[in-house]
Ligand binder design. Structure first.
Ligand SMILES: CCCCC/C=C/C(=O)SCCNC(=O)CCNC(=O)[C@H](O)C(C)(C)COP(=O)(O)OP(=O)(O)OC[C@H]1O[C@@H](n2cnc3c(N)ncnc32)[C@H](O)[C@@H]1OP(=O)(O)O
Ligand SMILES: NC(=O)C1=CN([C@@H]2O[C@H](COP(=O)(O)OP(=O)(O)OC[C@H]3O[C@@H](n4cnc5c(N)ncnc54)[C@H](OP(=O)(O)O)[C@@H]3O)[C@@H](O)[C@H]2O)C=CC1
Length: 304
């Protein structure tokens, strides 16, 4: 089934504060983790610019909430990006619904905060599966099903991939699993930007600094959150809209010559290395802080 191209009547209510309406008319963008935080902000910006957007995540209610704000140009797809079959089905469904995928935004990801010596093999695997394997499964499925096959002119359709990684690059104590996985994702984007240039696929990473999303403000230990802005040379956290604008820029024709780049969006956090422990990062003995356990995967609610 296809839905009509976005028109002014289906455009999201709030216009972009930066870009002209219609910038992304006719484009289809798939955003993983579009139900919350940075992903949600990107969805609203992309729809405001005329794109049709498919969003995926594990929680249907979060996806529906974003779709309710985004309007008819947004479709929702429950999918765990760590599961190969679910990812295959997702991409097939998005193609059946929208007919094409111009840009994939690999935004779904995350980690738990814990000192490295306390992280079990399963815990390490959980985070690398989500951030590295999940990003690979999505990138591979979208490339092989939507971007490498021939478009209307008989040549590979091409497209863009934007993957969210993490700043600071020089290591976030308590996040060894995520730091490792995000570095791998950045090199995945670099490597594929060479291999898949022949298909017209551009791949970049956005290394996100600290952004004031709901989860960032509530998930981590309070001292760490309270200290975060003070570690940013520009003196504040990023806003989800600032992330969304960069995604929209890369998806637009202005982004066509970017490939294999890591765009660090962090208020200069990456360039700042103070003494260890940094404010709010460790307890009195110098151990990285530990976050409380939480479960967001509905299928994992059963007692362990
Ligand atoms: C100043 C700080 C800078 C921070 C910069 C970065 C910020 C952000 O990225 S903000 C966005 C954060 N968003 C997320 O993290 C969302 C996604 N996260 C999750 O879904 C979970 O946190 C997940 C990554 C742990 C995955 O969840 P799930 O698949 O449901 O995994 P389980 O809860 O079943 O756990 C599996 C396994 O992992 C180990 N583990 C989980 N939590 C902890 C913990 N708090 N401490 C230690 N170990 C943990 C553990 O081995 C679990 O297995 P079992 O023990 O058998 O349950
Ligand atoms: N906020 C920040 O300061 C920073 C964020 N980042 C990264 O930016 C991205 C967005 O972060 P933010 O918006 O703050 O956090 P959120 O937790 O709000 O976003 C993560 C999204 O990923 C989805 N997700 C998680 N696991 C899976 C899975 N297995 N399959 C499908 N979807 C999944 C979640 O949906 P659901 O739970 O429904 O599956 C959620 O919508 C993440 O990769 C994060 O690690 C990086 C640096 C800093």
């Amino acid at each position: 089934m296809t839905i009509p191209e976005t028109t002014n009547t289906t455009r999201a209510a709030n216009p972009s504060a930066i870009f002209a309406p219609g910038l992304l008319d006719g484009q289809v963008v798939l955003v993983s983790g579009g139900g919350s935080g940075l992903g949600r902000a990107a969805v609203l910006e992309l729809v405001a610019l005329g794109a049709r957007v498919a969003i995926c995540g594990r929680r249907a209610d979060a996806l529906e909430d974003t779709a309710a704000s985004a309007g008819a140009a947004c479709s929702t797809h429950v999918c765990d990006i760590r599961d190969e079959d679910q990812v295959d089905r997702l991409v097939d469904d998005v193609l059946a619904r929208h007919g094409r995928i111009d840009t994939l935004v690999n935004n779904a990801g995350g980690q738990f905060l814990a000192p490295a010596e306390t992280i079990s093999p399963k815990g390490f695997r959980t985070v690398t599966r989500l951030n590295l394997d999940g990003t690979w499964l999505m990138t591979h499925a979208v490339a092989t099903k939507a971007m490498i096959p021939a478009g209307p002119d008989g040549r590979p359709a091409g497209g863009k991939v934007v993957s969210v990684t993490l700043s600071p690059h020089h290591g976030l104590p308590g996040m060894v699993h995520s730091s490792a996985a995000r570095a791998a994702v950045e090199n995945m984007m670099r490597e594929l930007s060479i291999e898949w240039a022949r298909f017209g696929i551009r791949l970049n990473a956005i290394a996100a600094g600290q952004f004031a999303t709901d989860i960032f403000m509530t998930k981590y230990p309070r001292p760490m959150v309270d200290a975060a802005a003070g570690l940013v040379p520009l003196g504040r956290l990023g806003t989800p809209e600032e992330f969304a604008w960069l995604v929209a820029y890369l998806a637009s024709p202005a982004g066509d010559f970017f490939s294999g780049s890591v765009l660090t969006l962090d208020g200069a956090r990456d360039n700042h290395t103070g003494p260890w422990p940094a404010a709010g990062s460790a307890d009195a003995a110098g151990n990285p802080l530990t976050e409380a356990r939480q479960t967001r995967d509905p299928s994992a609610q059963a007692p362990r």
